[in-house]
Design a protein around this ligand. Structure first.
Ligand code: SAM
Length: 369
């Protein structure tokens, strides 16, 4: 350092300190307001605009790649409750001579079941490279009335309407594989009036749960680590919504539901489309099995007839094992018999879990402390 600089540097130091403080305060402010904006999906969308078409294209590319791989299909095809459900549903609801579209045919299994149930003609669509294998498989199995079409369903056209749309487009949280968007698009353009969608009726569940004690993983700031206190980290709660969602297929994770289960939302794909889905849900439960609230389990049930359904609930005896259920994490609370829980779920786009936000209110039963 030159002598001249050495002489003025003590004068600069307060200025330097001031600017360091100002910049770190500014950084903190930007950070906080970024989180504040991220936490409000509608505002975030306005501040960082993205076209729906971009989102759909991103999702389509991701989905197409995911299902190009054999492993995803192995998991689905070895899910016995899933396969038994589809076999029965197709046997009952695809009739001789029907003209059928199989939306997202994968290895072609639903199209093949429809063909064997007597369908006259089947159009099997898929946007993934798995379709080449579906074609080979149908040939190897002697099935000749399936036309395989390599396309995204929204780009598919036909010169006449069909009797049946078959699909398996359910994500873990029901909507996260764009089922409603894709099926309603085909329904409007290509299903005959009175035509059938198999499956069409769905219930979404968001149930308060207690996780088994030995399996609980608390938030970092709630941890009980002997001799070391993590509670100060609560100030640094992550803002990324993914941190507050867990995914599991483990039947031994959930100890029990805190209340009686009931659908939080029910839809019928014969009438639903994205515009008919609510942007908010309120799920109210009275505690019938006291315990600790660890979060909400999100899962679904598909219904074809009164005696034919498919269930992915963490405690459902015949749960379809390849679907995960999600846990929306909440702050933990001990709840007594008769306490009332209210989950408030706000959703910007049902197909995008990152736009789900939730909070929960507890009203204590009159006699609980
Ligand atoms: C969950 S897998 C089901 C495969 C098969 N139907 C079965 O039951 O085994 C969904 C399939 O749909 C395809 N898919 C998803 N969305 C699609 C779309 N909009 N158009 C065409 N194919 C789609 C994926 O590539 C994947 O192969």
């Amino acid at each position: 350092m030159s002598n001249a600089l050495r002489r003025v540097s003590p004068l600069l130091r307060p200025l330097q300190r001031l600017s360091i403080r100002t910049f770190s305060a500014l950084r903190r402010l930007l950070n906080r307001s970024g989180h504040w904006i991220d936490d409000r999906p509608r505002l975030a969308r306005w501040v960082y605009p993205r076209e729906d078409a971009d989102l759909a294209a991103d999702y389509g590319a991701f989905n197409g790649q995911m299902f190009a791989d054999f492993h995803e299909h192995e998991r689905m095809l070895s899910d016995r409750p899933r396969m038994a459900f589809y076999r029965a549903a197709i046997t009952r609801h695809v009739h001789a001579g029907d003209h059928v579209i199989d939306l997202g045919t994968g290895t072609g299994i639903l199209a093949a079941l429809a063909s064997r149930a007597g369908a006259g003609e089947v159009h099997a669509l898929d946007h993934s490279e798995i379709l080449d294998h579906a074609r080979t498989l149908a040939q190897a199995n002697g099935i000749t009335n399936i036309t395989f079409v390599s396309t995204h369903s929204t780009a598919f056209t036909l010169d006449r309407r069909v009797d049946v749309i078959l699909h398996e487009q359910m994500g873990d949280c029901l909507f996260d594989e764009a089922m409603v968007t894709n099926v309603s698009d085909l329904r409007k353009r290509l299903l005959k009036p009175g035509g059938r969608i198999v499956p069409s009726c769905f219930d979404l569940f968001c149930e308060p749960i207690q996780i088994r004690d030995e399996r609980v993983v608390p938030f970092l700031w709630d941890l009980d680590v002997p001799g070391y206190d993590y509670s100060s980290l609560e100030r640094s709660r992550p803002q990324d919504p993914r941190y507050y969602r867990l995914c599991s297929t483990d039947r031994n994770l959930v100890a029990h539901y805190l209340g009686e289960t009931a659908p939080a939302l029910s839809i019928d794909l014969h009438t639903a489309d994205d515009s008919t889905l609510p942007s908010e849900l309120r799920v109210v439960r009275t505690v019938t099995r006291p315990g600790r609230l660890d979060g909400y389990a999100v899962y679904f049930r598909a219904r074809v007839d009164d005696d034919l359904s498919l269930d992915t609930g963490p405690l459902s005896p015949g749960r379809a094992p390849h679907w995960g259920f999600r846990i929306l994490r909440t702050d933990t609370r001990q709840l007594a018999l008769g306490d009332r829980l209210e989950l408030h779920l706000r959703v910007e786009r049902w197909s995008d879990l990152d736009t789900w936000r939730w909070s929960t209110d507890v009203t204590r039963a009159a006699c609980s402390v």
